[in-house]
Design a protein. Structure first.
Lengths: 391, 211
C-alpha cells in the first residue's frame, strides 16, 4: 500500500509499505478515507521531538471504514464507517476507567523514553514517533487500530468525511481545552491560535457558556475565518500589543480563562522571540513558550490557563511568579479522545458544531508532501490539508 | 606563548574540575546502585494493577487464560501442590531460563531461578492499594552479580532488575487488558537493515523503565 513516510528531519515522501495485519484479538484494520495533517506533526517532522525513525508512517487524525476485525472485537463490524481517536487506550487500566484515556498505562509499548523524560509514560498515539509507542500512522491506505472497541466510533449517517475527521483529534482537543476552563456562563475566554484546534476550542467555549471569545493569531485569513464562522472577536498579534488589547477589551480585568492552542513552535515578534528561536534552533531548549507566557500574563487574577498546544521538553523564562502570585489555575494535557468523541459526534450530527470548513485543502495521498508544505508555510489560506488515501 | 605559571594554573583548574565532575558522577552512580547484602544485590520494585486482589490471584489460577497470556514468553508447569516450574522462552525460541515458584500463602509467592546466567531469587506480595486503586504487586529480588557484570547487563538489557521491571509491567498489562501490546510489525518504509536497527531501539525503549 502507499503511505506518507518520514525520511529525516524536514523530509517526507510517499512510499510503498506493507499492509498492516491484525496482531491481537481486539485489533481492527481501517481503510482510511480521510486523514488530516496536524500542527503537532510539524514538531515531529522538524525533529523537535527526536524519536522518529526513517520510514515511519505519519498521521494520527483520521476516519475510515472497518475492513477487518480481530476475534475479540464486539462493538464494531466490517463495513462500519468510523472515526478513530488518535490516542491509543486499553480501556482496562485505572486511567481508562476514569476516562483519562491519554494517560493509559498499557498502550505505550515503548515507555522507557517518556519515563526518563517525563517521569511516567502517558498513552501511545498513532503515527506519533517512537516516544508515543512507534505505531504506524494514518497517512496510508490502511491502518491497524489496537483496542478497536475502545478507540473507534461509528459515524452518524449524513456527516461528510472531511467534517467528521476532526472529531478524531482537533475537536476533542478543543473541547477539552474549554472543559478545563470550568466555565459557568458569561465568561470572557481568550484563545491563542486560530488553527483547527484553536477554532474548535473557541466554538467549544461558546457552547459551554462563554459570553465573549477572543481569538489571537497573526494570519488575517485565519482570523477572518474565525470571526465569520464563529462570531468571535480577534486580535492580530503582529499589529497589536496583545496584553494591552486584552486589558482594554475586558475593562482592565483580563480574560477569565486563557486557552493556549499553539504549542512548542509558537511564533511572535520582537527580540525575545528571536532569542527563543535561536536557542531552539541550537537545541538548547526544546520548546518556545511565547504564547503560554502571554496567556499567563494576560489572564485575570484567579483565572484559568488551559494549555493544549503540544510541548515536549524544557523551556526557560516560564513566568511562574505571575502564575503563583495571581493564584492562577494551570491545566494542560493531551486530550482524552474516547471521553469526548461520542458526544462530539452527536453535536456534529445536529449541526451544533460544523468543523468541515477546517478542511480547506482536500488532497490525494500522493500529494501529501505538498499538503504539509501548504500547511506549514500557511500558503493559499490553508487551515488543514486532508489526505484521501482511498481516492 | 603561554607562560609556565599560566600552564600550572590551567592544569590546577582542570584537575579540580575533573575531580569535581568525577565525584558528582560517582555520587550519582552510588545513589542509583541497588542495596547490597552479603554479596547479593537487593532491589524492590512494585506495580499497581487496577483489579481487586482476588481478581489478580484469579488470573494466575485460571490455567487456560494464563497459558494464553504467557504463550510467547514462558511456560508454566505444576510440580506439586504449591510448587510450579516456569521456563522462560528466549528471543530465538529456545529455553532462556528456568525458575521454581512456590506459593507461600494467599497473595505471597517466592521464586528461585534454577537455571540461568545469574543466580537469583525473589518474593512477590500482593497488597490492597489505597483508595480502591486495585492491588499493589510488591517484589523483592536478590541476585548475585558484580558491579562490572551489572553495568554490562544494563547495557545489554539482560540484567535481572530490568527483567523484573519488564515482568511486572507485563503482568499488569495482561491482567488489565489481556495483552502486552507491541508495534514491532507495524508497517514502515524501512529496509530490512533499517528495521533491525529500529528493533534494537525498540528493545531499549521497552526494557526496564519504572515499574
Amino acid at each position: 500500500m502507499r503511505a506518507l513516510c518520514w525520511e529525516g528531519v524536514g523530509k517526507l515522501a510517499v512510499r510503498d509499505v506493507p499492509e498492516p495485519r491484525v496482531r491481537a484479538a481486539d485489533d481492527i484494520i481501517v481503510r482510511v478515507r480521510a486523514s488530516s495533517v496536524c500542527g503537532s506533526d510539524l514538531h515531529l517532522i522538524n525533529g523537535y521531538l527526536p524519536a522518529m525513525r526513517e520510514g515511519d508512517v505519519l498521521g494520527h487524525e483520521f476516519m475510515g471504514e472497518v475492513v477487518e476485525t480481530g476475534p475479540g472485537v464486539r462493538r464494531l463490524r466490517v463495513g462500519d464507517r468510523v472515526v478513530v481517536g488518535s490516542v491509543v487506550a486499553c480501556g482496562g487500566c485505572w486511567y481508562c476507567r476514569t476516562e483519562q484515556y491519554s494517560l493509559c498505562d498499557n498502550s505505550n509499548p515503548q515507555p522507557v523514553f517518556t519515563e526518563k523524560l517525563w517521569g511516567h509514560s502517558p498513552a501511545g498515539i498513532l503515527g506519533y514517533s517512537h516516544a508515543a509507542g512507534g505505531y504506524s500512522g494514518s497517512h496510508a491506505e490502511y491502518v491497524r487500530v489496537p483496542f478497536g472497541d475502545v478507540g473507534a466510533f461509528p459515524v452518524p449517517d449524513g456527516v461528510a468525511d472531511d467534517a467528521v475527521v476532526f472529531a478524531s483529534d482537533a475537536m476533542p482537543t478543543g473541547w477539552m481545552a474549554a472543559d478545563f476552563c470550568g466555565l459557568e456562563g458569561g465568561e470572557v475566554v481568550a484563545v491563542w491560535g486560530a488553527g483547527g484546534v484553536g477554532q474548535m476550542a473557541a466554538r467549544s467555549a461558546q457552547i459551554l457558556g462563554a459570553e465573549r471569545v477572543i481569538v489571537i493569531d497573526r494570519l488575517p485569513e485565519r482570523l477572518a475565518t474565525a470571526a465569520a464562522r464563529l462570531g468571535v472577536e480577534t486580535i492580530d498579534y503582529s499589529r497589536t500589543d496583545v496584553l494591552e488589547a486584552l486589558r482594554e477589551m475586558t475593562a482592565g480585568r483580563g480574560p477569565d480563562a486563557c486557552i493556549e492552542a499553539v504549542g512548542m513552535e509558537s511564533h511572535d515578534v520582537g527580540p525575545s522571540y528571536a532569542y527563543d528561536r535561536a536557542k531552539q534552533a541550537a537545541r538548547l531548549q526544546t520548546d518556545r513558550l511565547t504564547s503560554v507566557r502571554q496567556a499567563i500574563m494576560a489572564c485575570r487574577k484567579g483565572g484559568t490557563v488551559s494549555i493544549v498546544g503540544v510541548y515536549a521538553g524544557l523551556v526557560d523564562k516560564f513566568p511562574l511568579g505571575a502564575a503563583m502570585n495571581k493564584a492562577l489555575v494551570l491545566r494542560m494535557g493531551q486530550m482524552h479522545a474516547q471521553r469526548y468523541i461520542p458526544m462530539l459526534l452527536d453535536r456534529i450530527a445536529v449541526g451544533e458544531i460544523d468543523p468541515g470548513y477546517l478542511a480547506t485543502h482536500p488532497l490525494p495521498l500522493e500529494e501529501g508532501v505538498r499538503g504539509y508544505e501548504l500547511f506549514e508555510k500557511k500558503r493559499d489560506g490553508c487551515l488543514r490539508s486532508v489526505l484521501h488515501p482511498a481516492g | 606563548m603561554v607562560s609556565k605559571a599560566t600552564r600550572w594554573v590551567l592544569l590546577g583548574v582542570g584537575a579540580a574540575a575533573a575531580t569535581g565532575v568525577g565525584r558528582t558522577v560517582a555520587r550519582r552512580r552510588r545513589r542509583h546502585q541497588p542495596e547490597r547484602q552479603d554479596g547479593w544485590y537487593v532491589v524492590r520494585r512494585g506495580v499497581t494493577v487496577d483489579r481487586p486482589r482476588d481478581a489478580v490471584i484469579g488470573f494466575w489460577t485460571d490455567r487456560e487464560r494464563l497459558d494464553r497470556a504467557l504463550a510467547e514468553w514462558a511456560t508454566l508447569e505444576r510440580i506439586d501442590g504449591d510448587r510450579w516450574r516456569c521456563e522462560g522462552v528466549a528471543p530465538d525460541g529456545g529455553a532462556g531460563w528456568r525458575a521454581e515458584i512456590t506459593v507461600e500463602g494467599p497473595g505471597v509467592l517466592r521464586w528461585r531461578v534454577t537455571e540461568g546466567a545469574v543466580p537469583q531469587e525473589g518474593r512477590l506480595e500482593l497488597t490492597d492499594a489505597p483508595q480502591g486503586r486495585g492491588t499493589e504487586l510488591r517484589a523483592e529480588l536478590r541476585y548475585r552479580s558484580g558491579p562490572v557484570r551489572r553495568v554490562f547487563g544494563l547495557t545489554a538489557g539482560d540484567e535481572p532488575d530490568l527483567a523484573l521491571r519488564d515482568a511486572l509491567r507485563r503482568v499488569k498489562s495482561l491482567i488489565e487488558c489481556g495483552q502486552v501490546i507491541e508495534t514491532r510489525h507495524d508497517p514502515s518504509a524501512r529496509s530490512p537493515r533499517q528495521e533491525r536497527a529500529t528493533d534494537k531501539i525498540r528493545d531499549k525503549l521497552t526494557t526496564g523503565g519504572r515499574a
